[in-house]
Write a protein that binds this ligand. Structure first.
Ligand SMILES: NC(=O)c1ccc[n+]([C@@H]2O[C@H](COP(=O)([O-])OP(=O)(O)OC[C@H]3O[C@@H](n4cnc5c(N)ncnc54)[C@H](O)[C@@H]3O)[C@@H](O)[C@H]2O)c1
Length: 256
């Protein structure tokens, strides 16, 4: 029997690189997947097919176009899921700009998607878990820059600092219901948001080349494996943890 046989996992940002890898890994562990993303279903088809191709419960894999900012849509969709065991609150955006050029609209968009989106999804999911007495696991995607003022992404860093405190605040209050809440904090991954920055922003790529003590950007698989770990009985005593997977980035390397 696989570890997550008979369990249901919801992943937001599932049509992106990290979320899709998380979905594939949880499907391999036997979970039925509910995949959410803001992208229309046609644009997410490849990602959905990838998850279906590995899971035991391919028929039950569901895709729903949901904007995590839309609380009514989040609540309605969660009400339609009879039992929810695992939630990966992973959807996120980054738009780089020097602090002096950050617009109020960009600041607000980062907070709305990266932080309030997590609040919407996690609170709604937690209510479902409490109602059904499910010993659920909630895993948020933070970032190493929640604690490090990496250049030109102030709104993003602030949103992830909020994600860390949201993780710990929920862990504290939901422990009484047997629900564990943890976060993964990836470093620089050669995929998704950072993958695009590495290609499109030469000044970013030049900085990245100097700051990873383990030498290379991470991979979505390394992050997804950590998510599986946080779902597993091996972490039954872990809650409120921010699990850093950053190749040593936050140890910080000054130019020598
Ligand atoms: N790639 C990295 O190096 C890295 C490092 C640290 C943290 N992260 C975090 O990992 C998570 C996943 O990012 P990724 O790198 O896979 O990028 P990605 O762009 O490949 O995936 C993000 C997904 O979120 C979706 N999304 C955006 N806004 C949404 C909304 N309002 N509602 C629902 N879905 C929405 C996007 O459509 C996209 O599919 C993010 O929270 C990001 O901050 C990524």
């Amino acid at each position: 029997m696989a570890m997550l046989d008979g369990q249901v996992a919801l992943i937001t940002g599932a049509a992106g690189d990290l979320g899709n890898e998380m979905a594939v890994h949880l499907a391999r562990e036997g979970a039925s997947l509910v995949l959410w993303d803001i992208k229309p279903e046609a644009d997410a088809r490849e990602h959905v097919e990838r998850v279906k191709s590995v899971g035991a419960y391919t028929q039950s894999t569901r895709y729903q176009q949901i904007d995590v900012r839309d609380r009514a849509a989040v609540d309605a969709a969660i009400a339609g899921i009879p039992r929810l065991d695992v939630v990966c609150s992973n959807a996120g955006i980054v738009n780089a700009a020097p602090f002096l050029n950050v617009t109020q609209a960009s600041w607000q968009e980062h907070l709305d998607i990266n932080l309030t989106g997590c609040f919407n999804v996690c609170q709604s999911a937690a209510r479902n878990m409490v109602e059904h007495r499910t010993p659920g696991r909630i895993i948020l995607t933070s970032s190493w820059v929640a604690d490090i003022p990496w250049l030109e992404i102030a709104p993003y860093s602030v949103s992830k600092a909020g994600v860390n405190m949201l993780t710990r605040a929920m862990a504290r209050e939901l422990a009484a219901y047997g629900i564990r809440v943890n976060a993964v904090a990836p470093g620089i991954v050669r995929a998704g948001l950072a993958g695009r920055q590495l290609v499109e922003e030469p000044q970013y790529a030049a900085r990245v080349a100097k700051v990873i003590p383990l030498g290379e950007p991470g991979t979505p698989v390394e992050i997804a494996q950590a998510v599986v770990y946080l779902c597993s009985p091996a972490t039954s005593y872990m809650t409120g943890t921010i699990l850093l997977l950053d190749g040593g980035c936050s140890l910080f390397q000054f130019d020598s």
